[in-house]
Every structure is written in structure tokens, then in C-alpha cells.
Design a protein around this ligand. Structure first.
Ligand SMILES: Nc1ncnc2c1ncn2[C@@H]1O[C@H](COP(=O)(O)OP(=O)(O)OP(=O)(O)O)[C@@H](O)[C@H]1O
Ligand SMILES: [Mg+2]
Length: 271
């Protein structure tokens, strides 16, 4: 909810608690400053895009939020509580699912196995507990239901090895896996970069589906039309900081690019 009444400047004031929040993160690599005091807020039910030039710190920011890097300074909050992720599994256990750019799917495994990778379900009773037998049937059934719930209709057969799928379908499997386990937040790094028009559109629809199911999404993308199509808000990263947070309604793509490159400055910058 945004309030406009109590504020003298009648500037909208955020009153909600962010699902995920970063405050003044710093991350250096030797002499190189990857993050220089960046802050970010992800609110419930939104798609937050992160845009920025090469080297602006987008991936480093995401890595700090998802436990793949540990920030030197700054704080991270999940549902208002401070968190200190030491490894990706910590973030995953806390409900933050990440689809990295170099897709973390296993090509030789089938769709259902990929969905349950690292979270395989065993058969009930002694077969599972003693003989460690997988509940393949159960997982396939759940995988089908999950894909259907996400509106992924091009993947009828969950027993097909992922290596036989198209790029878009593989991306769909990765996103479905991220969405499938009661996650609080889904983070996607360049999910449409390697995809054609039709496949990209499917992934964009998937992102909207996630949002409609109440899962907020962080989307890193260089593709302005994609960003402007799905994002509720756009975090513009520049030189390790947040240059601005805008919305598709408040700014044009040209203006967004101008802020990204430093040609245009804006009031709500952290710089
Ligand atoms: N592991 C690392 N070791 C040394 N420098 C790094 C490392 N990771 C990132 N950097 C540096 O930190 C800065 C931010 O990099 P980052 O990968 O976050 O940028 P990015 O915004 O994701 O760029 P791109 O759009 O090219 O993916 C860059 O100067 C980069 O060279
Ligand atoms: Mg990157």
C-alpha cells in the first residue's frame, strides 16, 4: 500500500515491509569495488527488474542476496528479519530460489527429476527409509501438477530428458523448479538472454504467473522491452550503487537508459 496523505511533499511513502531488503551493501574484490553501498527493496507481489550496464554490480548484488557471495558490509533482511547467508543453500532453505544465467538444470535427467533435484522424495515406509527407493511416480505426478499450475503447456511429458528440450523449455523447467517449493522469492538472472521471441514470451508469461501466485520476482535483464513489459518497479544499478528506482509508468525506456549510463541524474538516487 502507498500513502500520499500524511506526507507534506505528497510523495508516495512505502508503508509495507519488504519481503527482501538490502541496506548499503559493499562488496570489493581486491581493488575492484563490485558493490558500493547499494540498497534494494523487493515488496510483496511485485516483479522488480534490475537493469544496469556491464559491470554495474547486478550479478554481485544478486549473489549477495542469494548466498553465493558474502557482502563485506551492509545488511540483508528477509520479512524484516536480518539474515546472514553463508552459502546458496542457506538462502534456498529460507525460501529464496535463484535461476542463474548459466542454467542450473541437469541435461541428462528428465523434467521431473530436474524439478526435484536435491529434494528427491523417497517412497513411503521401509522401501524409502531402508532401501532408499525414490518415489518416482509421486514426483512425476507432482511435477505435472506444478507445470500445469504455472501454465506451462508445452511440456506434456515429464519423463523427457531435459537435453531434448528447446532453450525456452529448459528455462521453463528451471523457473518451475524455482517456483515449485513454496518459495518466498524467485530470482532470475537474464532468463531470456539466449531465447527466441516465442520462448522469451513464454518465460515472461511464467514470470507474470509467479507474481499472480503471490511470489515476488527479481528479474535481471538487459532487454528493455521485456523489463518494461513485466516489471512493476525497476531498480537501476550504476557503478555499484542504486542510481534510481523507477516504474514503467514514471519513465520511458530512453530515460531509463539515460539514468543507467549516467547521462541523466534523478532525485531518489543513493549516489
Ligand atoms: N569474482 C570476482 N572477482 C573480481 N572481480 C569481480 C568478481 N565478480 C565481479 N567482479 C567485478 O565487480 C564488478 C561488478 O560485476 P558484476 O558481475 O556484478 O556486474 P554486472 O552488472 O552483473 O555486469 P554484466 O551486465 O556484464 O553481467 C565488475 O567490475 C566485475 O569485474
Ligand atoms: Mg551479470
Amino acid at each position: 500500500m502507498t500513502l500520499t496523505t500524511d506526507n507534506p511533499a505528497s510523495k508516495p511513502v512505502e508503508t509495507r515491509t519488504p519481503v527482501l531488503q538490502a541496506r548499503r551493501l559493499v562488496k570489493t574484490f581486491g581493488q575492484v569495488v563490485g558493490l558500493d553501498g547499494v540498497s534494494l527493496e523487493l515488496y510483496p507481489g511485485e516483479v522488480l527488474a534490475i537493469i544496469g550496464d556491464n559491470g554495474a554490480g547486478k550479478s554481485t548484488l544478486i549473489k549477495c542476496l542469494t548466498g553465493a557471495e558474502i557482502p563485506d558490509e551492509g545488511e540483508i533482511f528477509l520479512d524484516g528479519q536480518p539474515v546472514h547467508f553463508k552459502r546458496p543453500q542457506d538462502a534456498r532453505s529460507a525460501g529464496i530460489e535463484t535461476v542463474y544465467q548459466n542454467l542450473a538444470v541437469s541435461p541428462a535427467l528428465d523434467v521431473a527429476s530436474n524439478l526435484f533435484l536435491g529434494r528427491e522424495e523417497r517412497r513411503k515406509g521401509i522401501l524409502g527409509s531402508v532401501f532408499r527407493m525414490m518415489d518416482t511416480k509421486g514426483m512425476r505426478k507432482k511435477a505435472k501438477a506444478e507445470l500445469a499450475a504455472l501454465g506451462i503447456t508445452t511440456l506434456q511429458d515429464v519423463t523427457v530428458p531435459v537435453e531434448n528440450l528447446s532453450g525456452g523449455q529448459r528455462q521453463a523447467v528451471a523457473v518451475a523448479r524455482a517456483a515449485a517449493f513454496g518459495s518466498k522469492v524467485v530470482v532470475l538472472d537474464e532468463p531470456t538472454a539466449a531465447l527466441g521471441v516465442r520462448e522469451s514470451n513464454q518465460v515472461l508469461e511464467l514470470i507474470k504467473n509467479l507474481r499472480d501466485r503471490g511470489i515476488p520476482v527479481i528479474l535481471i535483464s538487459h532487454n528493455m522491452p521485456h523489463v518494461f513489459e513485466v516489471a512493476d518497479r525497476i531498480h537501476i544499478q550504476r557503478l555499484g550503487k542504486r542510481a534510481a528506482t523507477i516504474t514503467p509508468a514514471s519513465h520511458s525506456m530512453t530515460e531509463a537508459v539515460a539514468i543507467m549510463t549516467g547521462a541523466k541524474r534523478i532525485g531518489n538516487s543513493d549516489e
